[in-house]
Ligand binder design. Structure first.
Ligand code: SF4
Ligand SMILES: [Zn+2]
Length: 365
């Protein structure tokens, strides 16, 4: 067996465990009615870092049939509970278009009149470029609709590697010759062993590099999601992994990195480990350490570093000691850094006595 096949085949026990946890969670899954199928899962507008300025994001989470990887017998990723949001069965082209139109119609005036420029993020808890989740008709409808919205300067969609084909890249180029288009890829780490044996992603770094090359050839940007603290790593190992990933990706010339500190989602292997006290989400201290260790201000001229942690300052998300002052200082510091891309802003976190506990724990838990 070649080394790569070994990496992809060596996690049968993990897959079995993920599948059995999912079977239990799926019994409690709610079926959506017609009204819900015509509405997205959610959407929001808030401040965000654009490539060259502070702007705003409009993020839309479409309600689709869900990620092909999560729906397969291979179980999906060990931290991902999005399959519980997915629709059991198909979502029609019209329903997806209605979902998008609802957000578009409700917000287009505000966007047009806003003094800020926008990044539009269209997510579907899976792959926007997978025809089985989002058909070409829906994609093209959305592309046409936003093409001439002057205020929307950037578009971001998410996709697994296997759907980033030349055909899809050509389709994007056909529509967008002026707007910046970015494909976000859940690489999670540059380490193949961690990605495939602990996260169960079934993605190889060499394939990511090929996709990056293709995107570059088409003038399409690549954003990488990194997972801070995958399961089975202690805090220090997680810092080392994330730091190494950031440095490697900078050298490869990716356009953006979004660091996702683990948040414990329902119906996942990670939740199972957490219930058993075998996993703790990362500390904010670790995230700041990764950023300080891996970046210098010069890097930030060519790459944008993002992080907008879900569930931050709760037991299920990234947190320090959960004391109000400590958590709000950490969250504010992170937000400020992301908007400014200025490393000096990371130094503004206030001191808390929990740092001692963190330092004692970080090699063990
Ligand atoms: S993390 Fe992404 S690739 Fe993995 S199961 Fe979830 S949606 Fe699919
Ligand atoms: Zn604290």
């Amino acid at each position: 067996m070649s080394r790569n096949n070994y990496l992809l085949e060596n996690n049968k026990i993990l897959v079995e465990k993920i599948n059995s946890i999912k079977q239990d969670a799926l019994k409690r899954k709610i079926r959506y009615d017609e009204e819900q199928l015509n509405h997205p899962i959610s959407y929001w507008i808030k401040k965000d870092r654009l490539r060259d300025e502070i702007g705003k994001e409009l993020t839309i989470i479409l309600r689709s049939k869900g990620c092909s990887w999560a729906l397969s017998d291979n179980g999906g990723c060990s931290m991902c509970g999005y399959y519980l949001d997915a629709v059991a069965g198909n979502v029609s082209t019209n329903q997806l278009i209605n979902q998008f139109d609802k957000v578009y119609n409700d917000n287009i005036n505000e966007i047009n009149q806003d003094s800020y420029n926008y990044v539009l993020k269209i997510f579907n808890s899976g792959s926007f470029l997978d025809d089985n989740e989002i058909s070409k008709e829906v994609r093209n409808y959305i592309y046409k609709k936003i093409l001439n919205v002057e205020k929307i300067k950037e578009i971001v969609v998410e996709s697994r590697l296997e759907y980033i084909t030349l055909e899809k890249l050509e389709e994007i180029r056909e529509f967008f010759d002026k707007k910046y288009f970015e494909i976000a890829i859940g690489l999670e780490t540059v380490n193949d062993y961690i990605r495939n044996n602990y996260i169960n992603k079934r993605v190889l770094f060499k394939d990511f590099k090929l996709a990056l090359k293709k995107c570059k050839e088409y003038g399409i940007g690549v954003k990488v999601y990194l997972l801070l603290k995958p399961p089975f790593l202690n805090e220090q190992a997680a810092i080392d992994d994330c730091t190494n990933s950031i440095k490697t990706l900078i050298n490869l010339g990716v356009n953006s990195i979004s660091i996702n500190p683990m948040n414990i989602q329902r119906g996942t292997l990670v939740e199972y480990l957490w219930f058993q006290n075998r996993y703790r989400p990362p500390w904010f201290y670790s995230l700041f350490k990764c950023l300080r260790k891996s970046l210098n201000q010069d890097n930030l001229k060519n790459i944008r570093i993002l992080s907008d942690p879900s569930g931050a300052s709760t037991k299920r998300g990234i947190h320090n000691c959960l004391k109000k002052e400590c958590e709000s200082s950490a969250r504010d510091t992170l937000k400020k850094f992301v908007l400014s891309q200025n490393l000096n802003d990371l130094e503004k976190i206030s001191l808390c006595e929990c740092k001692k506990k963190y330092q004692l724990q970080k090699n063990f838990y």
